[in-house]
Design a protein around this ligand. Structure first.
Ligand SMILES: N[C@@H](CCC(=O)N[C@@H](CS)C(=O)NCC(=O)O)C(=O)O
Length: 202
């Protein structure tokens, strides 16, 4: 299978972390949708990354669908609980929280890329507030625990870590570490994982 994406996209990172944690053989191809020669729009009508192309050319998007599909390929580890419906809901809810942080961070970043006179202060404020609330919620839920859900790594941890990498990359001025020390300790541990290291190197 082939994963199309870029190293800066938080949604791509989440999917890469799932593939790497589960040791699923794949080829990672850098493909930015806006670049000439990009094959993204041909395989994903939305023209977005990540896009996962299976060996029979089936294309899977978006990152939530890819993560769920890839998790079924083996049980080492199971990143989304299969039978405990409440635990499954909580993991998917963590993913939604992390994806929502990514969504808002992308909006803020895109707004800030516009000429100063065209930037919408209200939009920046609205999404910055959402990110701050989501960070506080994540920090409160996580507390001093090792994992977001249960007693082992799940998709929840990979999604949250991907969101935090993106915040550090695009909105470093947020300074979230000063408010959320335990979350920072957790993130530092996550960054030591081999899959995370690989995703941060490339
Ligand atoms: N909900 C989608 C979001 C994907 C998304 O918005 N990806 C961005 C990159 S971060 C994208 O491909 N934007 C189009 C572009 O870069 O031209 C997912 O989870 O996969």
């Amino acid at each position: 299978m082939k994963l199309l994406g870029t190293n800066t996209s938080p949604y791509v990172r989440k999917v890469r972390l799932v593939l790497l944690e589960k040791n699923i053989p794949h080829t990672y191809l850098i493909d930015a949708p806006g670049d000439p020669g990009s094959q993204v729009a041909r395989v994903n009508p939305l023209g977005r990354i990540p896009a996962l192309i299976l060996d029979d050319e089936t294309c899977i998007f978006d990152s939530t669908v890819i993560a769920e599909y890839v998790d079924t390929l083996n049980d080492t580890p199971k990143l989304i609980p299969r039978h405990d419906v409440l635990a499954r809901m909580r993991v998917k809810r963590w993913e939604a929280l992390a994806d929502g942080m990514m969504d808002s961070a992308v909006v803020v970043r895109n707004e800030r890329m516009r000429a100063a006179e065209k930037q919408e202060a209200d939009i920046i404020a609205q999404h910055s507030t959402a990110i701050s609330r989501a960070l506080a919620h994540a920090a409160a839920q996580l507390g001093k625990r090792e994992w977001c859900e249960g007693t082992a790594i799940t998709l929840a941890d990979l999604a949250l870590a991907s969101a935090l990498v993106y915040l550090d990359l695009r909105l470093p001025e947020l300074g979230w570490r000063a408010l959320h020390g335990d979350l920072n300790n957790w993130f530092a541990r996550m960054k030591e994982r081999p899959g995370m290291r690989t995703s941060l190197e490339a």
